[in-house]
Design a protein around this ligand. Structure first.
Ligand SMILES: [Zn+2]
Length: 352
């Protein structure tokens, strides 16, 4: 393909999955020390790990379209390697999160690869994760672009105990995000490393999951394009062809206010759907006479012991779901994605 240069020195042995492309300038890639074999810095951008999250898919197609058709000189200044790819092409085609409601590509990146390989039947997501894993192991910075099923302020989730100055620097490229959601204990996978960003961090890189808004909402696309353009300039010295972004959408003023206003939350725990149970969100009327339904948006506040929802067993017996402390709901599931034994929603606390 025109415009793609394979960085032989960097990732000679790395076979890219389908719907991925790589861009670099092999003549001046600097080396970072990784184990015994030095290699060029690898920045990876993923979209469509969940097929219904449209901004990430659009960003990947936009970048690949631009860079595949760019003149060779575009890559001359690069000082690292960029890999851009679609996570779950089959789900993207179907317009769904995954190929079935029980599958989720972003829970397949567990540390023990054998646990996936030894399954009797591998789902499409299992197989796709095996194809993508080698690349994520080598990745120094991952930007994985997602969107939520329920409305949300844009936010960035960073998992694991470590939050380094590199995380802080990468976070600054994305001022559209209003919230930093930390998940120190990997509660998203019930305590187990399982997402793309967690897997990159486990392998020594910086992994960022960027939730740009609600799944089908494309209104932020120009803002995110600008952010990605700046990220590429600063991290791999790649300048996108002129006119490919609209510079007016991301002002310095906006950036300054974000620095001050970035809200921080910490994930505390998942609420899992009990086996043989159904779940309903609580609804009611608040003190100021507003009607509400719990689980209708991300970062919805609740108070200690306030009913969040109800679980019903086969006999119709009801269990009230609540929390012993005040908190916020994150990633509340839509009904079709509620699976027994798996999280319905996560509880987070505001930390600043
Ligand atoms: Zn997602």
């Amino acid at each position: 393909m025109v415009g793609i240069r394979i960085c032989k020195m960097a990732t000679k042995a790395l076979r890219l999955p389908t719907h991925f492309a790589r861009y670099s300038n092999h003549t001046n890639a600097p080396f970072v020390s990784q184990g015994s074999s030095p290699r060029a810095k690898i920045v990876t951008i993923l979209g469509g790990v969940h097929g219904n999250e449209l901004v990430g898919v659009e960003i990947v197609r936009w970048l690949q379209g631009l860079l595949n058709n760019a003149p060779f000189s575009t890559f001359d200044s690069m000082n690292g390697e960029l890999i851009v790819g679609l996570g779950n092409p089959k789900a993207i085609e179907a317009g769904t999160r995954a190929c079935s409601s029980a599958d989720d590509l972003n829970r397949c990146f567990i540390v023990k690869e054998d646990c996936i390989r030894q399954k009797n039947i591998l789902s499409y997501e299992d197989q796709r994760s095996l194809d993508i894993r080698p690349l994520l192991k080598e990745t120094d910075i991952l930007l994985d672009i997602h969107a939520t099923n329920k409305p949300s302020l844009p936010f960035i989730r960073i998992a694991g105990e470590q939050f380094t100055h590199r995380h802080h620097e990468v976070l600054k490229y994305f001022p559209h995000a209003r919230i930093l959601l930390r998940d120190s204990k990997h509660t998203i996978g019930n305590g187990e490393i399982s997402t793309t960003d967690e897997f990159v961090q486990y392998n020594g890189g910086v992994g960022i999951c960027y939730e740009v808004g609600q799944a089908a909402d494309m209104s932020c696309i120009d803002v995110v394009k600008n952010e990605v353009a700046e990220f590429l300039e600063k991290e791999v010295n790649l300048y996108l062809p002129q006119g490919s972004t609209d510079q007016t959408t991301c002002t310095t003023e906006y950036r300054k206010t974000r620095e001050v206003n970035l809200e921080k939350f910490e994930m505390i725990e998942a609420i899992n759907l009990l086996p043989n149970h159904k779940f309903e969100w609580a609804s009611g009327t608040s003190d100021i006479n507003n009607s509400f339904t719990m689980g209708s948006e991300n970062f919805q506040k609740f108070f200690a012991n306030q009913p969040i929802g109800y679980m019903f067993d086969d006999m119709g017996n009801e269990t009230v779901v609540s929390s012993p402390f005040d908190g916020y709901l994150v990633f509340p599931k839509v009904e079709e994605l509620m699976v027994e034994g798996k999280p319905l929603v996560w509880i987070a606390k505001k930390t600043s």
